[in-house]
Design a protein around this ligand. Structure first.
Ligand code: GN1
Ligand code: MG
Length: 359
């Protein structure tokens, strides 16, 4: 891979293995489930190089265009003192395009790397939760005056629960790999959660369409490792029109559990109330009056939908042979699904404590 990157990809970004770059290094970065990400370190500066997964993102030019529009908007706000975080910007190709399409060899793009950045996979304290949620809220608020019609729908119906549950039903019926028997209980459990559809139908028409991040995992918020303050929101791949409750829900999903998303210690997978409270406080404070009453009311629905829906997506992929999310061990997607359903169950069990925290 390394040699390929040097020969075929980096020259498009103005970098060849010449004297200036003889000590340059390309190494895998992060733990995303979809794209292949590398950190390129060189004398002339470090940057992040990514091969986009065009099965998942069939319109990569739309994706890089969105990221370009959003980062420009945030940079302008930062210049005028209205945006306090750093911004990950595209590194254009030598021909000034935002990426390069190498056909069979993939679609590649480069973005800035932020020195001193640090990501975490599990929230360790309420303080961390509040800092990260405030940063995601600040990001969302800062996009609230950007015309959402400029933003391309990179994955239509990305957070549409009924569609995701239907896909699970179809995968379980087809069961191409004979995997359904071993996880029938989880399949039945997930298919039984259609009560949420009524709540969704009732609330959705009242919710504004905004530009959302759509992947507000804790590791998409970078801390500054020097003082653990918020540094940047990263991964603009799925920024699209949508409803804020899903961004809130994805934070609940990835902040609240003391275990990683793929932990198999299901008895430890619980929603921690003190983390939930801190995240709700940080997010609503940063959103301020931009958050409508209907949006506030929708947060508890988002909090339940996201762990359930991501669990449904992991389970569907397990049944279909792990073609969507990268896996690193047998049954990895099944483990992830069981983990997410356990978190969902913990949220349901604590509704009386957690829901009032949303005001
Ligand atoms: C994927 O690859 P990554 O970590 O950015 C997925 C998200 C899921 C997440 C689960 C485009 O995000 O929707 O929530 O995995 N992204 C896409 O960890 O499907
Ligand atoms: Mg992502």
């Amino acid at each position: 891979m390394n040699e390929f990157v040097w020969q075929q990809v980096l020259p498009h970004f103005g970098m060849t293995r010449d004297e200036a770059n003889q000590d340059a290094k390309v190494a895998p970065l992060g733990n995303g489930h979809i794209n292949d990400t590398f950190l390129v370190r060189s004398e002339t500066g470090d940057f992040v190089l990514q091969r986009l997964n065009t099965q998942v993102f069939p319109t990569p030019w739309g994706l890089v265009g969105n990221a370009g529009i959003i980062s420009e908007h945030l940079c302008a706000k930062r210049d005028s003192g209205d945006y306090q975080l750093q911004v990950v910007c595209p590194h254009k190709c030598s021909n000034q395009e935002l990426g390069v399409d190498l056909g069979e060899q993939g679609f590649w793009r480069a973005i800035s790397y932020l020195p001193y950045s640090h990501s975490i996979d599990v929230v360790e304290s309420a303080e961390q939760a509040e800092i990260a949620a405030h940063a995601f809220g600040h990001f969302a608020r800062s996009l609230s005056d950007l015309d959402a019609n400029q933003i391309h729908d990179v994955i239509p119906k990305f957070h549409f629960l009924p569609g995701r549950i239907e896909a699970l039903r179809e995968a379980a019926e087809k069961d191409p790999l004979g995997r359904v028997e071993a996880c029938r209980e989880w399949v039945e459990f997930a298919l039984g959660q259609t009560g949420l559809f009524d709540e969704l139908r009732e609330l959705e028409p009242k919710l504004p369409l905004r530009i959302c991040h759509n992947d507000t995992k804790i590791n998409n918020m970078l801390f500054d490792k020097r003082d653990m303050s918020a540094m940047a929101i990263i991964d603009l791949d799925t920024c699209m029109k949508g409803h804020l409750m899903y961004d809130f829900g994805d934070m609940v999903r990835t902040f609240c559990s003391p275990e990683a998303e793929d932990s198999t210690e299901l008895n430890k997978v619980l929603a921690r109330p003190e983390i939930f409270a801190a995240l709700a406080a940080g997010y609503t404070k940063a959103m301020g009056e931009v958050l409508t009453d209907a949006e506030r009311q929708s947060l508890w629905l988002g909090a339940r939908i996201m762990p359930l829906m991501i669990g449904v997506r992991f389970l569907t992929d397990h049944l279909l042979g792990d073609t969507y999310f990268h896996i690193h061990r047998d049954n990895h997607n099944l483990d992830r699904a069981a983990n997410q359903f356990s978190l969902y169950q913990s949220l349901l069990a604590q509704e009386a404590t957690l829901k009032p925290m949303l005001g």
